[in-house]
Design a binder for this molecule. Sequence first.
Ligand SMILES: [Zn+2]
Length: 119
Amino acid sequence: MRPRTPFHERDENAGWLIVLIAIALLVLITLTLDRSTHSGVALSSLILYAGYIALASTLLLHRRRHAKRIENAQWALCPTCGYDLRTLPQRGACPECGRTYSRDAVRRFWINKYSDPGT
Ligand SMILES: [Zn+2]
């Protein structure tokens, strides 16, 4: 069986990939600017801050989109594979990945993962 990333961790993994790519780009831009001009230092700091803000916003948006998708499915997506469990019995095994579930436990799992005290 080939290892797969559980559905509930995919938003985090995508987030880390974005972070790594963005940091690599920011370092590259910073190094290039610092060598070419004297004002490169201030400019590169500005680009660095802008980059971090853009990065933080992207991660937040990504997480919210993931949470919205699960909320739209009434918190009934299989945590392992993302299969929609709404039309299935209250308890059983996921037809996609075989994980045993209880819809109440799945709902609690998602609400705990994405609970936002601000809303
Ligand atoms: Zn599943």
